[in-house]
Design a protein around this ligand. Structure first.
Ligand code: PEP
Ligand code: MG
Length: 577
């Protein structure tokens, strides 16, 4: 039995696909003259095979009516492979330098990549990623290493991977992924957050699952009890089926809460809202009984493309969500790339500490146009609904003042061009760095609202990388330091008459609900799937009692004692999950 860190609860069984990041070992040993012809044939055969594979991905995407941009990426790959000069160079590398076909392909493309690294033109530089992709595809085909394209999976599978990036997961055919197991990752890494929002049973941090499990093995993934069974016995299947049925009943019960308010037994009301990544998630919001969008992670609109979305494209996206949700609020967070969210064309140089590097609003220094275009699109869309702007990763007052002045500049620009927009759009910031939390009283004077990002606040306060599975035991938002910071932020905002939401994962942790209620958090924003369970939890609490317990908890010196205290309360009050 394999275990890890359960992320998204559920039980699922089925066949699996194991996705390993194979290291491709290029063999530089020379061939003999008599092997030249064969190697040229191998190259030609696999060149065609690669083009055919890409064509079928392209056709599939076309049928799915995905973004033209995405299809263009694949068209570009075909052009690069079919380029006559590329073919000539590879053949000459085989017949003149006596390299085998795979080595010749790698060498020719690597030469091209090193030329591109030195060019100034950003567009050309961005082609490096395309060259890397075709290099991998042709070489793998020559070496007969299987290529799994997540965008064209045809059967329902449990996906087992060493590691996936947020962009891998959003471009995969997620409706075919019925379960996800990842050797790396942590509870609050972005892939885990996406899996939760898609309601895919998921366990991460399994360390060796990709080594212990083979593609096509039958798997039971039980992320309620943190268990993975490989080729289970009939007895095990029946045992797990019972848990599955109970889980389904529990979910059905929760659904009934959709039309009830998130109100405590002594009538204190909270607002529950949704975190989304793109407009396709709006339908989940409608099913959950959510009161608005507390966090729109717009960076996902910038992923898996070769250029940033234009002002017009973004405007249409924000307009659509504003109209559908109106009059409910929609908080649009400006692009938060960097860290583990990578957008190739933004060209963030390789960094030693990406989470402490060029991330989120910091790109305004060298990619000002991207931020300003986004702000323009958001402002224009304010005319169609209740949009608000939120800035991530703030650490200082100067940053807010600068962003506000940029916003005023854009407002003037739009007014001059006679656009209609909301002058008085509300501006908020995420409190997700200890620095922002510590100076939150001063920051609150400058903005309309706060949203606490506990995922980053925890990582930066405890100095524990949120995605690093080997130190995941240290990552605990329910620790005295993080909780005391949260309390301070809420108090400071309230003293300035401002509302505080929480959009980090702690908001969707029913174990923590009592403390958040007790700290008088105003709004909770989370993946829509979690809304009913948090509502249920709030409806079982008494506000006054939660405040008293929270006061006591905030004086406790360790996470262990805090957890014991919460557990004791839940037991005494019969609050099982
Ligand atoms: C957070 O840090 O808590 C947050 C909500 O932002 P993200 O997870 O996108 O970094
Ligand atoms: Mg964050």
């Amino acid at each position: 039995m394999i275990k890890g860190i359960p992320v998204s609860p559920g039980i699922i069984s089925g066949n699996c696909v194991v996705l390993k990041k194979e290291k491709i070992a290029i063999n530089y040993k020379k061939i003999s003259k008599c092997q030249v012809r064969d190697e040229i044939n191998v190259f030609s055969y696999n060149k065609k095979k690669s083009v055919d594979q890409i064509k079928s991905i392209k056709n599939f995407l076309k049928k799915k009516k995905v973004d033209k941009e995405k299809i263009e990426i694949f068209e570009g790959h075909i052009m690069l492979i079919e380029d006559e000069e590329f073919e000539r160079d590879v053949i000459s590398c085989i017949q003149d330098e006596y390299y085998r076909s795979s080595t010749a392909v790698a060498k020719v493309i690597d030469r091209q990549i090193s030329i591109l690294r030195n060019v100034k033109d950003e567009y050309l530089k961005n082609r490096i990623i395309d060259f890397k992709d075709i290099r991998e595809r042709i070489v793998k085909n020559i070496m007969k290493i299987p290529i799994i394209d997540l965008s064209t999976i045809s059967k329902k599978i449990i996906l087992i991977a060493e590691d996936l990036s947020p962009s891998d997961i959003v471009q995969s055919k997620t409706e075919k992924i019925i379960g996800l197991i990842m050797d790396k990752g942590n509870l609050n890494s972005h892939v885990s957050i996406i899996a939760k929002s898609l309601d895919i049973p998921t366990i991460v941090g399994t360390k060796h699952a990709t080594k212990l499990i083979e593609t096509n093995d039958h798997i039971i993934l039980d992320s309620i009890n943190n268990r993975i069974y490989r080729n289970p016995s009939q007895e095990k299947i029946e045992e797990v089926n019972k848990i599955k049925i109970n889980h389904a009943i529990w979910k059905k019960e929760l659904k009934k809460l959709k039309h009830f308010p998130a109100i405590t037994l002594d009538n204190h009301k909270f607002s529950l809202q949704s975190n989304i990544r793109d407009n396709t998630e709006i339908n989940l919001i409608e099913k959950s009984g959510s009161e608005g969008i507390g966090l729109y992670r717009t960076e996902f609109l910038f992923m898996n493309r070769s250029n940033p979305p234009t002002e017009e494209e973004q405007f249409q996206t924000y307009k659509e969500v504003a109209e559908i949700m109106n009059p409910r609020p929609v908080i649009i967070r400006t692009i938060d790339i960097g860290g583990d969210k990578f957008v190739p064309y933004i060209n963030i140089p390789k960094e030693e500490n990406p989470f402490l590097g060029l991330r989120a609003i910091r790109i305004i220094k060298n990619k000002e146009d991207i931020m300003l275009t986004q702000l323009r699109a958001i402002l224009r869309a304010t005319h169609f609904g209740n949009l608000k702007i939120m800035f991530p990763m703030v650490i200082s007052l100067e940053e807010i003042l600068h962003l506000k002045s940029q916003l005023s500049f854009i407002k003037n620009q739009l007014s001059r061009k006679n656009y209609i927009f909301r002058e008085d759009i509300e501006i908020g910031i995420m409190i997700e760095t200890p620095s922002a939390a510590i100076i939150s009283r001063e920051l609150a004077k400058e903005v309309d609202f706060f949203s606490i990002g506990t995922n980053d606040l925890t990582q930066y306060t405890l100095a524990v990388d949120r995605g690093n599975q080997s130190i995941s035991y240290l990552y605990d938002p329910i620790s005295p330091s993080v909780l005391r910071l949260i309390k301070k932020v809420i108090e400071n905002a309230h003293q300035e008459g401002k509302e505080v939401s929480m959009c980090g994962e702690l908001a969707s942790d029913e174990f923590a609900t009592i403390i958040l209620v007790g700290m008088e958090l105003d709004k909770f924003s989370m993946n829509s799937v979690s809304i009913p369970k948090i509502k249920k939890q709030i409806r079982r609490l008494r506000f006054q009692e939660a405040k008293e317990i929270t006061e006591k908890i905030l004086r406790l010196p360790s996470s262990k004692e805090i957890r014991n205290e919460i557990e004791r309360f839940h037991k005494e009050n019969d609050m099982h999950f």
